[in-house]
Design a protein around this ligand. Sequence first.
Ligand SMILES: [Zn+2]
Length: 91
Amino acid sequence: MGESIVRRSGAGTDGGSARDAVFRWECRCQEHPVLLATYNAAGRVNIKVRDRYWHVLGQVRTICPRCGAEHVLDLRGIGSPRSSREPADSR
Ligand SMILES: [Zn+2]
């Protein structure tokens, strides 16, 4: 139950440990992808809205502020070895 203290995200550390890896959920509708949210390997999505962080578990959907496309991020299986579902957003 070690809910870790929320730290300021250390951006630019690509060589960090995989456990703490943060993935970008973004819409690639244009040259510079629009960041929709971030999520970690445990399947927790972190969404920053103004001065507040939302932590979402499971499935979340949002609308890209630029192109208006709806995106669905389903991380319900990411933390368990039984199903290896990954976000449909392919690179
Ligand atoms: Zn977009």
